[in-house]
Design a protein around this ligand. Structure first.
Ligand code: PLP
Length: 363
């Protein structure tokens, strides 16, 4: 059976090192915010190329805490996309702010920066740009827009740990970068985890307080909450961070095989020039999506769909989310996309099997 993602296989790849780092935490004296979290924050900040990083409980909290540190909440608006994990919008709305969603660039499936101006009002205080599937959004153009309006830019890098745009790691270009370390992510924990990167010292201080009750020295200076990354997850992430570039390279090798599939009715998002795609997901679009899915399932291949329903059409949001543009690109891809099996431990032989099955389907 060939599955879409396989975090257990990754645990088995690094089992010895992970087991020993877990053992060290279990037999240590600090289970929360100890030396493993500190080491992870420092190493991840260095890896991304920013001054600091803050470990939090998950990628949704990372968005919420970033926005709150920027002073964004009730009555404010934040522009983002509807083609993402629902977490992107949940993170925005849990601050009390409301989201405005805009459509995508048809070639790249990322936020269309040309739509920002018409969606903008004086209440808009930030843009959350999602680097979907492992590839950069048009982040420098979006940054230019944010700068012209004096608003914040958050990079949602949950799907693109290690990806580059013009030799800069994603998560080092906006005011903050928010990462999820959910087990299937390019840098995944064995449980929930998240991390926020920034060069801004004031935001850093505030985010650190917000993740732990608004404390400095155990006294709440501002209203915060509990969103700590724990020592066990940090110790696992410390092991996996050492192999992130190697694992991303394995994903790229699999993508090279899938890239040879060339059919009129089988289209992958275009690759952005001067960017390095880390293939959290390998997605393609075909009008025969459901037939292809069945065909692959019958051959023991189980792709995924990211995402089947745009957020603005989901029951929780459909009557109350602001739509900042026509949404035809977002709506048209939801019914046609399929995510092929993609994880570092997927063998190239299995990737070839997927490739051959798709080739046979289209011939
Ligand atoms: C684009 C995107 N943003 C945010 C998140 C939220 O991360 P988490 O599940 O860690 O809260 C995810 C993960 O599902 C994601 O894919």
């Amino acid at each position: 059976m060939i599955i879409c993602a396989n975090p257990k296989a990754q645990y088995l790849s690094y089992k010895e090192e992970i087991d020993s780092s877990i053992d060290k935490v279990l037999n240590g004296s600090q289970y929360i915010l100890g030396e493993e979290v500190e080491l992870f924050e420092e190493s991840f900040a260095n890896y991304i190329g920013v001054n600091s990083a803050i470990g939090v409980a998950n990628g949704t909290d990372a968005i919420e805490i970033s926005l709150k540190a920027m002073g964004i909440g009730n009555g404010d608006k934040v522009i983002s996309v509807s083609h993402s994990a629902v977490a992107t919008i949940a993170g925005i709305e849990s601050t009390g702010a409301s989201a405005i969603v805009v459509d995508l660039e048809p070639d790249f499936f990322t936020l269309d920066n040309e739509l920002l101006e018409s969606a903008y009002t004086n209440d808009v205080k930030a843009v959350v740009a999602v680097h979907i599937y492992g590839q950069s959004s048009d982040i420098y153009k979006i940054k230019e827009f944010c700068k012209s309006k004096g608003i914040y830019l958050i990079e949602d890098v949950a799907q693109a740990h290690g990806a580059l745009n013009n030799n800069k790691r994603l998560g080092s270009i906006g005011d903050v970068g928010t990462f999820s370390c959910y087990p299937t992510k390019n840098l995944g924990a064995i449980g929930d985890g998240g991390i926020i990167t920034t060069d801004d010292e004031n935001l850093h201080k505030k985010m650190k307080m917000l993740r732990e009750y608004g404390w400095t020295e155990r006294v709440s200076q501002i209203k915060g909450r509990n969103s700590r990354l724990d020592e066990l997850q940090a110790s696992i992430l410390n092991v996996k961070l050492r192999y992130l570039d190697r694992d991303n390279q394995k994903r790229k090798n699999i993508a090279d095989i899938y890239d040879q599939l060339s059919f009129d009715d089988f289209i992958t998002p275009a690759k952005r020039s001067d960017c390095d795609h880390v293939y959290h997901l390998y997605v393609c679009k075909t009008s025969k999506r459901d037939e292809l899915m069945n065909y692959l399932n019958e051959r023991d291949i189980f792709p995924g769909i990211h995402y089947p329903v745009p957020i603005h059409l989901q029951p929780a949001y459909k009557d109350n989310i602001a739509i900042g543009s026509d949404m035809h690109v977002t709506e048209s891809i939801a019914n046609n996309i399929i995510s092929l099996p993609m994880y570092p431990e997927l063998s190239l032989d299995d990737a070839e099997k997927v490739y051959n099955a798709i080739k046979n389907f289209f011939k």
